[in-house]
Design a protein around this ligand. Structure first.
Ligand SMILES: Cc1cc2nc3c(=O)[nH]c(=O)nc-3n(C[C@H](O)[C@H](O)[C@H](O)COP(=O)(O)OP(=O)(O)OC[C@H]3O[C@@H](n4cnc5c(N)ncnc54)[C@H](O)[C@@H]3O)c2cc1C
Length: 307
């Protein structure tokens, strides 16, 4: 993308910024500028921004916590809509129903649920994404995933700006997959169904143990996007990479984590190009050794082929 944003007639009341560096919006800390960027704080604002983009025929894309995103060094054209300020949740400790806005952080929800005696999100405490991103990705860990406890989401489509509901069944969940990855639908909120009446102390203990396990076995101290590749089940991507002796291999400022081989960490001002090159390097090595092509789990924005 050129370093100049196209002119866009201003929309009163909506804070749209031009040429904002997106590295601050991803956990890898890489990515060039957004031609335009907005951070809606309400569903009303989000709807207005999407209507505006549609009217102006401007491409838009959604960024949650940017914890599963590789954004090109040249940045992104069009309007990037980051949901991290669209947060908040309500919890009913009697029924176990949790309603959360798209940008609500998953670790906060896991903590709130444990405090209210609701079982079902203890696995989620170490996932630094939003509930909207988790619903799209079917985020999961330690044998659990969001599809296990999600009841429905409310979405907006580019054609209809009126939010409508999609049930879990309609979302066609699979391993790190939902139909939201193929269709241009924006999640505005999610409804979870957790199990009420559990002992808070037990839930807090399990939640803390899960977090400790992750922070000791995965490189949480360095910028990353979690697991880079999907597991070619029943095999584990990390194991395949580790067995090839690739831990610690470095391109530019990006390194295959010495702690967990399915993580690429930004150790020294890595660029998106460094990371992309390392992803391709791993794919080549694994293909040469095993004849299979590892598929990235991470979503790549601004590249010629978006995965
Ligand atoms: C240290 C670390 C550990 C991790 N561990 C795990 C793990 O154990 N398990 C796991 O599954 N993942 C893990 N991840 C990856 C990541 O946290 C999850 O995939 C998470 O669900 C992504 O949420 P996000 O809000 O950051 O989405 P983003 O990364 O911002 O976006 C991911 C995709 O979802 C889309 N999207 C986001 N929000 C919306 C919305 N509201 N509406 C429509 N589309 C949207 C984006 O356009 C993009 O295509 C980890 C990441 C890190 C950095």
């Amino acid at each position: 993308m050129g370093a100049k944003a196209r002119s866009m007639s201003p929309l009163k009341g909506l804070n749209i910024h031009s040429l904002t560096p997106l590295a601050n919006f991803t956990t890898w800390r890489v990515g060039g500028p957004a031609e335009w960027l907005a951070e809606p704080t309400s569903i009303h604002e989000l709807r207005a921004l999407i209507s505006y983009a549609n009217e102006q025929q401007i491409h838009y894309q959604i960024i949650g916590a940017g914890s599963n995103l590789l954004i090109h060094d040249d940045g992104l054209k069009g309007l990037s809509l980051c949901t991290r300020k669209l947060n908040g949740s309500t919890v009913d400790r009697n029924t176990g129903i949790v309603e959360a806005l798209a940008g609500e952080p998953i670790p906060s929800l896991a903590r709130i649920a444990a405090r209210e005696g609701l079982h079902g999100l203890e696995w989620a405490v170490g996932i630094p994404g939003t509930i909207g991103g988790a619903a799209v990705m079917n985020a999961g860990a330690q044998g659990g995933c969001i599809a296990d406890c999600l009841d429905s989401v409310k979405v907006i489509s580019p054609k209809s700006n009126e939010p409508f509901e999609l049930t879990k069944k309609e979302l066609c969940y699979g391993y790190r997959h939902s139909r939201l990855q193929e269709e241009k639908l924006t999640v505005v909120s999610a409804r979870l169904l957790l199990e009420p009446g559990h002992k808070k102390e037990d839930l807090a203990l399990k939640t803390n143990m899960n977090l400790t396990h992750r922070t000791t076995t995965q490189p949480y101290h360095l910028p990353s996007c979690g697991s880079v590749f999907r597991n070619p089940e029943p095999l584990k991507a990390g194991q395949l990479i580790e067995n090839l002796g690739l831990k610690g291999h470095r391109i530019g400022g990006a390194e295959i984590s010495k702690l967990h081989a399915n993580f690429i960490v930004n150790i020294d001002n890595a660029t998106a190009k460094d990371i992309k090159n390392l992803i391709e390097f791993i794919q080549i090595k694994v293909r040469e050794a095993h004849g299979l092509i590892l598929q990235p789990e991470v979503k790549q924005l601004g590249f010629v082929v978006n995965a």
